[in-house]
Design a protein around this ligand. Structure first.
Ligand code: KIV
Ligand code: ZN
Length: 518
C-alpha cells in the first residue's frame, strides 16, 4: 500500500456551507490559487448544479487552477452530473465527484428509495460520469451509519462502474475513531475490487472527532483525506486540514506517511481564509491560533529557555508563522509592493496595483508599520470587492460620556450623492442608523464583531457585520485603522451584498451562496 496521503480540500464547497462563510467568485479564485501553493492534490470547487452562481465560480476556478485536480460535486442524477462536468471540463485535471446516501434513514426519509434502487442509481451515475471524465469519485453519503454489508455492495458496484476514488463520509459526525478505522479496514478487506480504488474519508466534527476519525481511517488504510482550512464547514465543521497534515507530519514516526503539502503555506492559507470570510482564527485554535505557540506558565517558559523541545513539538516557522513581517513603510516603492504581492500569490493588473499602492500608502501615513495582513486586507477590499451600489464618501462621528452619539455621513447611493446626520445609543449605532436612512432600508443587525488585524494600538480594526432583510442574509467586512470607519464600511459592504443577492434572484440567478448544497 502506498505511503502517500492525498489531500482533498473542500473549503470552497463544504467549507462554504459554514454559516457566514459565503465567498464571491473572485475571492474563491484567490483562495483556490492559495490552495495550489499549499500543495493540496484536489480542490473541490463547488456544487455546480446548485445555482448559476456556483456553476460560474466552479468554471472560473477550473480555468485558473493548473496543478491541482478540480472537483465538481453532484448528486447521482444525470442533470447534476452534466452540470458538474460542464463546469469543470476545461480544468487541467478535472474530477467528477458524485454521491448518494446509503444509510437506511437517508434512503427511506430523504430519498424515498429502496436499497436496490440506490444500488442501481450508483451504477448508472458512476458509469455515466466515467463516460464523460475518466477521473470519478463516488461518495456514499452517511456511510458511517450505513449497514456495512450493503455499503460494501455499493462500493463494489461503484468501483466496477469506473470510480477511481471511493469516499466514506461520516456525514453527521457520529463515528468513533476506533470503530471508523474498523469500517475502513472491513471495506478494504471485503470489497473484492477495493485494490482498484483509493479509499477516502470525509469527517464532520459534530462530536469534535473529525480529525481523530480522519487519522484513524488513514491508519487503517484510507489514502485520501477530505478536509477544510481551519475546519470550517456545515454545522460544527469538517476535519481541519492543518491538524490532519501536521499530525501526519509531526508523528511521521507513528504513521510513516507523507502528503504533498508545503506546511509553510498553512498559516498564510488559514489567514487568507479568515480575511476573506471575516472570521478571525480563534486564539486557542490548534496549529494556527495566536496562542498555539505561546508559553504562559513559569515552568513552561523555563523549560523552553533550556530546550525548546521540552514544550514545543513543532515550530511556528514550520507552518509559515513568522513573528514580524513588516512589508512596507512610508518610503517603500511600488516595486517593493509588487514583489511582496507576487510572493503572496496575487496577480494584479497595473491598474489594480496602482489602486492598492495608493491605499497602502494612505495606510502607511496613518500607521507606523504595515504588515502582510494589512496589505492583504487592502487587496481584498480594493480588488476583490463586488461592484458597489452604495459607497461611503465621508464620515464624521461624535461620542463621549457627555455627548449624544451622532454621525454625519455622505454617501453615493446608486450614483446619487446624499448626506445626513442621525443619532444612536452609541457611535456605531448612530452610523448604522444614518446609513439605513440614506439607503432607505432597515435590515436587522444579526452579528457585529471587531478584531485587530495585527498587534499594537494603531492596528487596523477588522469589522464583520451580518445583516438580515426579507429572509435574506449577508455578511460584510472591512478594515480601517479607525473602527468607526471600518464599521461603516463593513455595514455598507453587507448592504451591497444583500443588493447583489436580490438582483441575482430577480435575474433568475441563484445567489451562489451554496444554500442548496447537500
Ligand atoms: O458530508 C458529506 O457526506 C458530504 C458528501 C457530499 C461528500 O459532504
Ligand atoms: Zn460533508
Amino acid at each position: 500500500m502506498s505511503n502517500r496521503v492525498y489531500i482533498f480540500d473542500t473549503t470552497l464547497r463544504d467549507g462554504e456551507q459554514s454559516p457566514g462563510a459565503t465567498m464571491n467568485t473572485r475571492e474563491k479564485v484567490r483562495l483556490a490559487r492559495q490552495l495550489e501553493r499549499l500543495g493540496v492534490d484536489i480542490i473541490e470547487a463547488g456544487f455546480p448544479a446548485a445555482s448559476q452562481g456556483d456553476f460560474d465560480s466552479v468554471s472560473e476556478i477550473a480555468a485558473s487552477v493548473k496543478n491541482a485536480e478540480v472537483a465538481g460535486l453532484c448528486r447521482s442524477v444525470k442533470k447534476d452530473i452534466d452540470a458538474a462536468w460542464g463546469a469543470i471540463k476545461e480544468a487541467a485535471k478535472p474530477r467528477i465527484h458524485t454521491f448518494i446516501a446509503t444509510s437506511d434513514i437517508h434512503m427511506k426519509y430523504k430519498l424515498g428509495k429502496s436499497r436496490d434502487q440506490v444500488l442501481e442509481m450508483t451504477r448508472d451515475a458512476v458509469a455515466y460520469a466515467a463516460g464523460l471524465c475518466p477521473n470519478v469519485e463516488f461518495s456514499a453519503e452517511d456511510a458511517s451509519r450505513s449497514e456495512p454489508q450493503f455499503l460494501a455492495k455499493v462500493v463494489e458496484a461503484a468501483i466496477a462502474a469506473g470510480a477511481k476514488t471511493i469516499n466514506i463520509p461520516d456525514t453527521v459526525g457520529y463515528a468513533q475513531p476506533y470503530e471508523y478505522g474498523e469500517l475502513i479496514r472491513f471495506l478494504l478487506d471485503n470489497v473484492e475490487n477495493s485494490h482498484k480504488a483509493i479509499f477516502s474519508v470525509h469527517c464532520h466534527n459534530d462530536l469534535g472527532l473529525g480529525v481523530a476519525n480522519t487519522l484513524a481511517a488513514i491508519k487503517a488504510g484510507a489514502r485520501q483525506a477530505e478536509v477544510t482550512l481551519s475546519g470550517i464547514g456545515e454545522r460544527a465543521g469538517n476535519a481541519a486540514l492543518e491538524e490532519v497534515v501536521m499530525a501526519l507530519n509531526v508523528r511521521a514516526d507513528y504513521y510513516g506517511l507523507e502528503t504533498g503539502i508545503d506546511t509553510a503555506q498553512i498559516y498564510p492559507s488559514c489567514r487568507l481564509l479568515s480575511m476573506i470570510i471575516g472570521q478571525p482564527i480563534p486564539p486557542y485554535k490548534a496549529i494556527t491560533g495566536a496562542n498555539a505557540f505561546a508559553h504562559e506558565s513559569g515552568i513552561h517558559q523555563d523549560g523552553m529557555l533550556k530546550n525548546r523541545q521540552t514544550y514545543e513539538i513543532m515550530t511556528p516557522d514550520s507552518i509559515g508563522k513568522s513573528s514580524s513581517d513588516i512589508v512596507i513603510g512610508k518610503h517603500s516603492g511600488r516595486h517593493a509592493l509588487k514583489s511582496k504581492l507576487d510572493e503572496l500569490g496575487y496577480r494584479l493588473t497595473e491598474e489594480q496595483l496602482s489602486q492598492v499602492f495608493q491605499a497602502v500608502k494612505n495606510l502607511a501615513d496613518k500607521k507606523k508599520q504595515v504588515f502582510i495582513e494589512d496589505v492583504e486586507a487592502v487587496v481584498l477590499e480594493e480588488v476583490y470587492r463586488i461592484p458597489d451600489k452604495f459607497k461611503l464618501i465621508y464620515l464624521s462621528s461624535m461620542s463621549g460620556n457627555m455627548a449624544i452619539p451622532t454621525a454625519a455621513l455622505k454617501m453615493e447611493v446608486m450614483g446619487e450623492e446624499k448626506q445626513l446626520s442621525d443619532f444612536g445609543v452609541g457611535p456605531i449605532d448612530a452610523v448604522f442608523n444614518t446609513i439605513d436612512h440614506l439607503v432607505e432600508r432597515s435590515p436587522k443587525l444579526m452579528r457585529y464583531s471587531v478584531n485587530a488585524i495585527t498587534g499594537g494600538a494603531d492596528a487596523q480594526g477588522e469589522v464583520t457585520v451580518k445583516l438580515e432583510e426579507n429572509s435574506m442574509t449577508s455578511v460584510g467586512r472591512a478594515s480601517d485603522p479607525d473602527i468607526i470607519v471600518a464599521s461603516a464600511k463593513a455595514y455598507i459592504n453587507a448592504l451591497n451584498r444583500l443588493a447583489k443577492k436580490e438582483s441575482d434572484l430577480e435575474e433568475g440567478r441563484a445567489d451562489g451562496s451554496g444554500d442548496h448544497a447537500p
